[in-house]
Design a protein around this ligand. Structure first.
Ligand SMILES: Nc1ncnc2c1ncn2[C@@H]1O[C@H](COP(=O)(O)OP(=O)(O)O)[C@@H](O)[C@H]1O
Ligand SMILES: [Mg+2]
Length: 312
């Protein structure tokens, strides 16, 4: 195992009496795209802001690239890039002026600043935008400019806070391709999202909910650890079929999905007798082959667990 590029230990943040983040511990390995997943209010932005020095932690430790992020921040600042959820671009400056401004913030000047800007403009296809005011750009354009401005100094570790929220699937895919290019160049990326399709593309994930780490690992391992198989039964009688499945003890959960029912069974149980039982009850349906649960299944499970814990 390579030495982690980022180590976070028992990171905690309280705002007054409210605990926004509780004892968060995880590691990011060099060269990975690490996904930080969780519903709104989970504590994703709070975590990133503490790691990027924008917010002071209440307790806990974090090391990046061999330095303590809270006591030796000056030594690592130049090697970290941060794209905030609100992009923090300057609306009344042009794209070119924004890039120059952020490049200078990260310590670039003269020829190295000019070269860095040219390179980012080329790689992220910003040429037609350079002389336009940021205020008039679309969300997708702002996202590209924000990505460019947070990577001008070629950071080793990049934090992206919901970089693709509010754009269409095509723009989202293009943004992920741009991220892949950065990783090929040797960058490590921590990206927050609440999009499960994006989460599936990450090398590893941390799933947080109400400030607590709920699941942590490779997407495939997390699905396997659920110990389940899922299959869909397609039928016109989906409502009646779903009611019937609720009485069958081998079935862990059954949900309506489109014009069908999504069943979840223990990974080692045989679905055939269950299906035969339903057919004997008079239902006709087509069943898909059993497969691994999805991140959506995991997400629903975790939400239900956390509700049970809170007694909701
Ligand atoms: N400055 C603040 N003061 C008080 N509460 C805050 C502050 N910033 C964030 N919070 C609260 O902390 C929780 C986590 O917020 P945030 O990290 O923004 O979540 P996420 O990015 O996962 O949507 C939320 O309940 C939010 O309302
Ligand atoms: Mg956020």
């Amino acid at each position: 195992m390579p030495k982690p590029i980022l180590e976070v230990e028992n990171l905690t943040k309280r705002f007054g009496d409210f605990t926004a983040l509780k004892d968060l511990t995880f590691e990011v390995e060099p060269g990975e795209v690490f996904g930080f997943l969780g519903p709104n209010g989970a504590g994703k932005s709070t975590t990133i802001k503490m790691l990027c020095g924008v917010l002071t932690p209440t307790a806990g430790r974090a090391r990046a690239l061999g330095f303590d992020l809270f006591t030796e921040a000056d030594q690592v600042r130049q090697q970290i890039g941060y794209m905030s959820q609100k992009f923090s671009l300057l609306d009344d400056l042009t794209v070119g002026e924004n890039l120059a401004y952020f490049g200078q913030l990260y310590g670039l000047e003269g020829a190295s600043l000019k070269d860095a800007i040219q390179e980012r403009v080329r790689e992220l296809q910003l040429k037609p935008l350079v002389d336009l005011l940021v205020a008039g750009l679309s969300t997708g354009e702002k996202q590209r400019v924000a990505l460019a401005s947070s990577t001008l100094h070629r950071p080793k570790m990049l934090f992206l806070d919901e970089p693709t929220s509010g754009v269409d699937p095509l723009r989202r895919r293009l943004f992920w391709e741009a991220m892949d290019d950065l990783v090929k160049d040797g960058m490590t990326i921590l990206v927050t999202t609440h999009n499960l399709g994006e989460a599936d593309q990450c090398d590893r994930l941390a799933f947080i909910m109400a400030g607590e780490l709920m699941a942590y690992g490779k997407p495939r391992s997390l699905k396997e650890e659920m110990g389940r198989q899922v299959l869909e039964l397609r039928t016109e009688q989906f409502r009646a079929l779903q009611r019937a499945t609720q009485g069958i003890h081998q079935i862990i959960s059954s949900e309506l999905m489109g014009r069908g029912v999504r069943l979840s069974l223990a990974v080692n149980s045989n679905p055939d007798p269950v299906l035969a039982d339903l057919r004997r009850q008079g239902f006709s349906f087509e069943a898909t082959a059993p497969e691994l649960p999805s991140l959506e299944d995991l997400f629903i499970d975790l939400v239900q667990q956390s509700r049970q814990k809170e007694g909701v």
